[in-house]
Design a protein. Structure first.
Length: 251
């Protein structure tokens, strides 16, 4: 099965991504708990930060790695905290304090429009290529916490069209409308097309179509090319047939 490394140590984010990718035939691998490396997110955009994380862990573990960077953008604050959302007031400052400060800044402000924005990047060390997708969720900042439990700024953000905060809506609804959901839904389509073969790959064995992803196809292609390479200098051979039989349940 095709493996993708999740280039994050945030358990809340990992859970969210796994739920979004639950119907995709890939194995999502987590960074080992013994890995204490930290990638400094010093880029000037969501994309730069996401690519930096994805590339670092992809090269370290020799696996395609998926990372994202996201943030809360508040209209009257010109997009602040934006790419600094996780580091707003300091990296080690709790989200309770971050949210309290935002509510304080917006005290008495009528225009409370905001949005969550996400950029996801998948970096493949084998091809040295990256793929990117983005998503957003428009809404507004509430005037107080609505259900303290939640991920990040969820308790103070109400998405457009709903009367509850992200925290109150729950994971199932949030994962249908969130910025991360939209970005990763686009990324799923990219993975399907670029790594799992999309709808274009067709392998037939003894006349019967075999369901297979791109990596299975690549294996067959490698075997066939190796075989042809071995037989190319034998002039007596004009035709090669490959037959696969199953014996006692084994191929």
């Amino acid at each position: 099965m095709f493996k993708i490394l999740l280039a994050t140590k945030n358990k809340g984010k990992i859970k969210e991504i796994k739920e979004i990718f639950s119907d995709l035939p890939v194995a999502l691998v987590e960074i080992p708990e013994t890995d204490t490396d930290e990638v400094e997110e010093d880029g000037i955009s969501y994309f730069e930060n996401a690519l930096k994380k994805a590339k670092y862990y992809a090269l370290k573990y020799n696996l395609p790695a998926l990372a994202d960077d996201s943030g809360l953008e508040i209209k009257v604050l010109n997009g602040v905290p934006g790419i600094y959302s996780s580091r707003f007031l300091g990296k080690d400052t709790s989200f309770d304090k971050k949210m309290a400060e935002i509510l304080h800044i917006l005290d008495g402000v009528e225009d409370r429009r905001a949005r969550f924005y996400c950029v996801a990047v998948l970096y493949d060390p084998k091809s040295n290529k990256y793929f990117t997708a983005e998503g957003k969720c428009d809404g507004e900042i509430l005037k107080e916490l609505h259900k303290k439990e939640g991920f990040g700024y969820d308790p103070i953000f109400k998405p457009t069209g709903y009367d509850k905060s992200f925290s109150e809506l729950g994971v199932e609804i949030k994962n249908q409308i969130s910025h991360r959901r939209k970005a990763f839904e686009k990324m799923k389509a990219i993975i399907q097309e670029e790594f799992l073969g999309g709808d274009a790959i067709e392998i037939k064995i003894n006349g019967k179509k075999l369901d297979a992803d791109k990596y299975v196809y690549d294996v067959f292609e490698s075997v066939i090319l190796a075989l042809l390479g071995t037989l190319k200098d034998i002039p007596e051979i004009r035709k090669v047939e490959i037959t696969i039989e199953k014996n006692n349940g084994k191929e």
